[in-house]
Each structure stands twice: as structure tokens, then as C-alpha cells.
Write a protein that binds this ligand. Structure first.
Ligand code: FAD
Length: 386
């Protein structure tokens, strides 16, 4: 049996970017992805690149590297990733104080501009001015996350990487076993299984402080309506939920087979892609069962009702409801590195803004394995939660 330098589990944005970068520094890599047709978080992502959002020296440096890398990747990977600059509009609910909300962003690398509802509507004519107290805006960037992932994957294969459609059932020291009983040997194993990372590690006898939300969006058919910006709430409820549901005291509740840790939330937002489809979202639920059944009809109605207040003409567009899992960590920062007491088993997951942070961190991680020690990677060790 061939022993690979690295086995990477999961073929979303994290797994493909990491596989590509590992192959670029000379490692033999096997990427294992369970699904032939992606139904993952990357598939349903808005694809926003918040390169303005870094608040610490490290995240600000990564923001600068992330946007530079996104600009460079279409050439390097020889593919169109639909990268573009696109204004972001962060809406402020009627009952909130715009100044208080603006203060939440005061540490960001690039300052945001506060605007009144009328100015917000000049930027985004589909917006209902009576639904907001104001907005914040900043120059943002956008990528088609699915195209970027396919581009990383194709470049990885061209570089000699191997990939197979296999569901990994269990991980042991130096190998992984599939649900069909095959074994694959790797000197190092990286878990990039997104929202399923937690359960995969648990099945392998490893506890890790990595969590997931159930996310739900509506994908519309192509439309002649034109959304000029990415619209999202300035105060995302999802981040609050994630922080509370991963606090130390709550952590053990994740091991309950089927429970709802917090009431769900909807963060009304919208983005339009080059093919004129839109994604309207986003429901977030904290259900400990990754396979929990969700009432799709009810959920779609509730998303449409919220969108209808903010962006009325979008609420009735024909579309389909979709569900996926999104990984997160307690402090919203990625988890990169070995897991406690598990030498050669790495986690590369939990990115809250992967479109800006994954490209530079995958590259830094790979180069740190063959060169000098990276000063940023150790800050994201999963062992910071131990
Ligand atoms: C509606 C929505 C909007 C978003 N907007 C943004 C945004 O604007 N900007 C941004 O940066 N991020 C955004 N995100 C978040 C971002 O899309 C995700 O964090 C990111 O795509 C996650 O990538 P991943 O590789 O960790 O997980 P995934 O894309 O979920 O990939 C994990 C893969 O692992 C595979 N897998 C799991 N278990 C196994 C196993 N046992 N064996 C083999 N394979 C396995 C799965 O099949 C899956 O393909 C958004 C997410 C959603 C849902």
C-alpha cells in the first residue's frame, strides 16, 4: 500500500486549497471527498472576501495577503474564479442605534463609512429605505467559492496530486479507513471536513473544540433584477449564537445526540452571481445532530419574509431552498495544527471568513512544513482551547 506524505479529508475550499499548497512544496497528497457533487458550505457560500475586517496585527496581515492572493489565483491556477471588487452594504435594523453598531467595527483594518438609508438606496436601489436605520459600507471583494475550489482541485491534480470519492469513517495513527472498509496510509492526516469535522474526529476517539451551524439559503433562478452590492446585516446574529454555543460550559452539550443549543436566527442577506442567480439567506441553527431534519418549507417562508422587508422585489423570485453545515471555532479564528495527543493528525478548519484567510494560511502552513517556522500559524493551534 502506498503511503502518502499527506491525506486530506474533505474537498471544500479548505481541503482543496490545502491539498494544492502541500503539493506545491513537494509532498505527495491524497485528497478524499465523500460527495461527487458538492453539497457543502463552499457550494452555497456567498463568497465575500472581507479583506477590510482584520482587527489584530496577524489578521490584518492575513487580510492583506488574502486579497493579494485572491487577485493572483486566477493566473496561478489558470482558471476564472469570478473574482471582482464589489461594495458591501451592512444594514442596520430600525430599532438599533447606528453609532453603536458602527463602533463594533472601529478596530478594522479599513474603516467603514456610515450612511443614511437614502444614501444606502443610491448604492443599492433594490433596498427598502424604510426597513433600516442606516448602513455601513466598504469596498469588498467577491469570488465564486465553488469555481475557486474547482480551480484549486484541477491545479492540484495537474501538479500530480491524487483524489478519490471516498467517505472517511475513521482516522487512526497513520491511516484512514473508509465506510467501505478500504484503508489509506498517510504520514500526516489533515481534517478539512467542514461541519462534519467534529463528528469524524469523535468517531475516531478524538475530542476537538470545533463546531458547526446548520445554514440554509434560497438559490434563485437567473433573474433580470440587478443587485449591485452584497447585502448583509451589520450585526450578524450568527456570530453571537456561535460564540454562546461554544462557550466552555456549553461545550459538553454538543455530545448530546440530538439537541438544539440555541434558538435559530435569520441574518437577511443577498448576493448575485455572474450567472444572474442570487443567494438569499441565511438561516442558522445550532442542532447537535449534523443530519437533523429541517422543515424546508417553513424555513423558506421565513427567509422570504425577512428578505421581503429588506429587499422586497427579491422575496418572490423563484428559487430552491438548500441546507449545509458551516464549521466554526469559539473565537471565530481558524483551527490549524495538531490536535492534543494526536501527533501527525492536523485540523485545518473553523474559518469564519475562509475566502480571505484560507488562501494565505494554506500557503503559509505548507511552506512552514518545509522552511522556516511561520510566526502566525502557531497562533491558530487547536491546542489554544485545551
Ligand atoms: C450561506 C453562506 C454564506 C457564506 N458566506 C461567506 C462569505 O461571504 N465569505 C466567506 O469567507 N465565507 C462565507 N461562508 C462560509 C464559507 O462558505 C464556509 O466556511 C466554507 O465554505 C467552509 O469550507 P470547508 O472546506 O471548511 O467546508 P465544506 O465546504 O463544507 O467542505 C467540507 C467537505 O468535507 C467533506 N467531508 C465531510 N466529512 C467527510 C468524510 N468523513 N469523508 C470524506 N469527505 C468528507 C464534505 O462532503 C465537504 O465537501 C458562507 C457560508 C454559507 C453557508
Amino acid at each position: 500500500m502506498k503511503t502518502y506524505d499527506w491525506i486530506v479529508v474533505g474537498g471544500g475550499i479548505t481541503g482543496t486549497a490545502l491539498s494544492y499548497e502541500l503539493s506545491q512544496v513537494g509532498f505527495s497528497v491524497l485528497l478524499l471527498e465523500q460527495d461527487r457533487i458538492a453539497q457543502n458550505a463552499t457550494r452555497y457560500s456567498y463568497g465575500g472576501i472581507p479583506y477590510w475586517s482584520g482587527t489584530s496585527i496577524s489578521t490584518q496581515q492575513l487580510c492583506a495577503e488574502g486579497i493579494a492572493r485572491q487577485r493572483q489565483l486566477p493566473d496561478e491556477l489558470d482558471a476564472n474564479t469570478e473574482f471582482r471588487q464589489l461594495d458591501l452594504l451592512l444594514t442596520i435594523e430600525l430599532d438599533r442605534d447606528p453609532k453603536e453598531i458602527a463602533d463594533l467595527y472601529h478596530k478594522c483594518l479599513i474603516p467603514l463609512t456610515s450612511i443614511d438609508p437614502a444614501t444606502a438606496c443610491e448604492l443599492e436601489p433594490l433596498l427598502n429605505p424604510d426597513s433600516i436605520a442606516g448602513a455601513l459600507t466598504v469596498s469588498h471583494a467577491h469570488v465564486n467559492a465553488q469555481l475557486l475550489t474547482q480551480a484549486y482541485h484541477a491545479a492540484f491534480i495537474r501538479a500530480g496530486g491524487e483524489s478519490q470519492n471516498v467517505r472517511v469513517e475513521q482516522i487512526s495513527q497513520g491511516s484512514v479507513r473508509s465506510d467501505r472498509g478500504e484503508t489509506f496510509a498517510g504520514q500526516n492526516i489533515a481534517v478539512c471536513a467542514g461541519g462534519l469535522s467534529r463528528s469524524l474526529l469523535k468517531r475516531s476517539g478524538i475530542d476537538a473544540r470545533i463546531y458547526f451551524t446548520h445554514a440554509e439559503v434560497i438559490e434563485t433562478a437567473p433573474t433580470d433584477l440587478k443587485l449591485r452590492t452584497i447585502v448583509m446585516p451589520a450585526d450578524m446574529q450568527r456570530f453571537q449564537l456561535e460564540s454562546e454555543a461554544s462557550a466552555v460550559g456549553v461545550d459538553r452539550l454538543w455530545d448530546a445526540p440530538s439537541s438544539e443549543l440555541m434558538p435559530p436566527s435569520i441574518d437577511p442577506g443577498a448576493i448575485q452571481f455572474f450567472d444572474r442567480t442570487m443567494r438569499l439567506g441565511q438561516f442558522s441553527r445550532l442542532l447537535t445532530d449534523p443530519y437533523a431534519k429541517i422543515d424546508a418549507k417553513q424555513s423558506e417562508l421565513e427567509i422570504r419574509a425577512k428578505i421581503g422587508k429588506l429587499l422586497p422585489s427579491l422575496a418572490t423570485l423563484p428559487g430552491t431552498w438548500h441546507h449545509c453545515l458551516v464549521a466554526f471555532s469559539h473565537d471565530s479564528l481558524p483551527s490549524i495544527g495538531t490536535l492534543p495527543e494526536s501527533e501527525n493528525l492536523y485540523l485545518f478548519s473553523g474559518f469564519t471568513s475562509p475566502m480571505v484567510f484560507v488562501p494565505p494560511l494554506a500557503k503559509r502552513f505548507a511552506t512552514s512544513l518545509v522552511g522556516t517556522r511561520d510566526e502566525i500559524i502557531p497562533q491558530f493551534s487547536p491546542q489554544r482551547f485545551a
